[in-house]
Structures are given as structure tokens and as C-alpha cells.
Design a protein around this ligand. Structure first.
Ligand SMILES: Cc1ncc(COP(=O)(O)O)c(C=O)c1O
Length: 363
């Protein structure tokens, strides 16, 4: 089956006359127990929830391995790091990836005696001789460099390291890290996966049963599970993933084309542009290019003017939603120039978007 069909049917039960396609959320902390035999399928809401299990089945189908949902992307990533790493271990993390992961490594992992090494996504990659876990983020957020997952995973595995790929920006329709040799996928489902800017969600997926069991125990014991309503909203939103990504990517192509022509915009990055440094690897290993574009408007003041003048671009952090948003990353502490903007294309009409962006840039 192709993407559009896979997302519509992902995680749905077989048809039962009289039953809905996707059952509504099950709100339960405890469930009735059999007084004689005790817990069976559902005992308590932290380890067990049918709505969450259905979402996990859907994500698992798309990523190609069993998935575990977490309360946010950050809960998934920190869960992975804390469940897998021990004192004395070394972990390789992206130097240019999501900044909160670096902050967590500095604030928490170092205190636990875990040594982080920060590696730029575009390389060069060091020897993985003493490394236990390599986390890649490709495309990296917000600079949009990409790395060759197969090559890095091959080198890491040869050295005995586990490889996890943050698949937030690409989504499982854009990139299948497990097929490229990664051991784990980790992601924020807050972004394009669910795409409506209304929930926080994260997940980890792996085919390795021992690692999955370790992560399941970690999640049950630390408790960072998403609620039933959020899981249901996420599952409902998945059905349109193919449509949303297709429009976002087309909008990004139109926006990148506009920005490329402007002499008052510098540092344009979009992995789908033939001249972009990420283009060769991105087009070889990804199935589609995400709707996120980055560029530099020169100053914080010009970014503010641009955002104020635009009628369609919301000033907002996060990305991957149905509304076009733009974020000046330096305001959050990213190591980017003051005028650096990450623009996430929504699913608006491309002509309206290009017209609006032109007006806002002129202003
Ligand atoms: C690449 C990436 N990974 C992980 C996260 C964390 O996800 P969440 O905000 O759902 O905790 C983000 C958030 O922006 C992200 O961009």
C-alpha cells in the first residue's frame, strides 16, 4: 500500500458491524478487575490504555517496528537516554539539533556521569569506539543539515554503539530510519506527525525486543504517558498525514523559490533545493522533503517587521502544523544569528502564501 492508504488505515481494528472506524478515547485510571484472576488486558491506566495502544499500533506500522508513545517528544528522548545510559557511558548527540536535548545532556546526564559528545549533523563524525549510543537528528532542527543514516549507522554499529534517529522533522512518511540501519527511532509527534498544533506527543520505536522491554518498564515506572484524549486526537490526525505533508512540501518549494530570488534574504536552506548542501543525501534517503525552510533576514528588527506585516504567517515556535508559522530561533537560545528564521509551511494555498510572504518581505 502507498502512503495515503497506509495512514488512513494505520492502527484501525478490523471492521465490526455497528462499531466506529476509530473507537473513541477510553478514559480510565483503574479498570474493573476479575475478582478471581486479577488483571488481564487492562489493569491500570499508566501501563495500559487501549486508545494509546491503537495509536502505538498505527505509529508502529508507519515506522516499521513496535512503538511506545510518550507524553512529549522530550519525554521520549530523555526516556531513551536515561533508560539506555549508565554512569561512565559516552553518548554522541547532535551539536545542531533540538537545543533542549543538549541542555538536558549538560544539566542532567553530566551529573549522572554520562559523557556527551556533540557532533555536527553534517559531520565529520568521530570514531565511535567508546560510544554507547549515537543520537542523530536528520534533518537537524533548525539548520536543516542532513546526514547519511546508513553510513553513520554502519560505522556506529561496527563499533558496538546503538543508533537512534530523531525522525520528528521527516516523519515516518518522509524517512524510514530503521530500514536504513538505525536501531531506534525517536520523535516528537507534536509537529508534523499530528500537525494541528493542539497536542504534545512523543514516541520511540524499535524492533529490538530487549530494548523495547527496557523502555516499556522505564515508561511505566517514570510515568510519562500521554493521555487518552491526546492519543485519540493524534490517531485521528494521522489519517491526513500524507495530504498535509504533500501540501507542506509543495508550499516549501514555492517559498524557497521565492526566497532564492530575493537579494534581501541570505542563508536560505531547504533540503529540496538542488543547490542546497543537504540536497544529495536528502533526496537519496528521504521519500519526501519536509515543509520547513530556514533563512536569515539580517536582524531581529527586520524579522519582527516581517512577522507583523504578514497576514498568514503566525509568529510561533514549533513547526509541522497546518498553519504557516515562523520562529526567530535566537530568541529561544539557539546558536543562530539574530535574524535567522525557521519558517514552517502550512497547508494554505501556495499562491496566497507566496503573495503574503512577498508583501511581508517588502514591508
Ligand atoms: C527535532 C525535535 N525533537 C524533539 C523535540 C521535542 O518535542 P516536544 O516539544 O514534543 O517535547 C522537538 C521540539 O521542538 C524537536 O524539534
Amino acid at each position: 500500500m502507498r502512503d495515503g492508504t497506509r495512514v488512513v488505515h494505520a492502527g484501525l481494528p478490523d471492521p465490526v458491524p455497528g462499531a466506529p472506524f476509530l473507537a473513541g478515547p477510553v478514559f480510565a485510571a483503574p479498570y474493573h478487575l476479575d475478582p478471581q484472576t486479577g488483571p488481564a488486558i487492562n489493569g491500570y491506566g499508566r501501563p495500559d490504555n487501549p486508545t494509546r495502544r491503537a495509536l502505538e499500533a498505527a505509529i508502529g506500522e508507519l515506522e516499521g517496528a513496535p512503538a511506545l508513545a510518550f507524553a512529549s517528544g522530550q519525554a521520549a528522548i530523555t526516556g531513551l537516554l536515561l533508560a539506555m545510559l549508565r554512569t561512565g557511558d559516552t553518548v554522541a548527540l547532535p551539536a545542531d539539533g533540538y537545543y533542549t536535548v543538549r541542555a538536558f545532556a549538560e544539566n542532567v546526564l553530566r551529573d549522572l556521569g554520562v559523557r556527551p559528545v556533540f557532533v555536527p549533523t553534517a559531520g565529520p563524525y568521530p570514531s565511535f569506539e567508546d560510544v554507547c549510543l549515537v543520537l542523530l537528528e536528520t534533518p537537524a532542527n533548525p539548520g536543516l543539515d542532513v546526514c547519511d543514516i546508513r553510513a553513520v549507522a554502519g560505522a556506529a554499529r561496527a563499533a558496538g554503539a546503538l543508533v537512534a534517529v530523531d525522525n520528528t522533522t521527516a516523519t515516518p512518511l518522509g524517512q524510514r530510519p530503521l530500514e536504513l540501519g538505525a536501531d531506534l527511532v525517536v520523535a516528537s509527534g507534536t509537529k508534523a506527525l499530528t500537525g494541528h498544533s493542539d497536542i504534545l506527543l512523543g514516541y520511540v520505536a524499535t524492533a529490538d525486543e530487549v530494548t523495547l522491554a527496557r523502555l516499556t518498564t522505564w515508561r511505566s515506572q517514570t510515568g510519562g504517558v500521554p493521555g487518552a484524549f491526546d492519543c485519540w486526537l493524534a490517531h485521528r490526525s494521522l489519517a491526513t498525514l500524507d495530504l498535509r505533508l504533500t501540501r507542506q512540501s509543495a508550499n516549501a518549494a514555492a517559498v524557497a523559490g521565492l526566497l532564492l530570488e530575493r537579494t534581501d534574504v541570505t542563508g536560505l536552506r531547504w533540503p529540496g533545493l538542488p543547490g542546497d548542501p543537504s540536497y544529495p543525501i536528502a533526496t537519496a534517503q528521504m521519500h519526501r522533503i519536509p515543509g520547513v525552510v530556514s533563512f536569515d533576514l539580517g536582524s531581529a528588527e527586520r524579522v519582527a517587521r516581517f512577522l507583523t506585516a504578514s497576514r498568514l504567517v503566525f509568529a510561533a515556535t514549533s513547526f509541522g502544523g497546518v498553519h504557516t508559522t515562523a520562529d526567530r530561533r535566537a530568541q529561544w537560545g539557539d546558536d543562530t544569528p539574530p535574524g535567522f528564521v525557521r519558517l514552517s509551511c502550512g497547508i494554505e494555498d501556495p499562491e496566497d502564501l507566496v503573495t503574503d510572504l512577498t508583501t511581508a518581505l517588502d514591508a
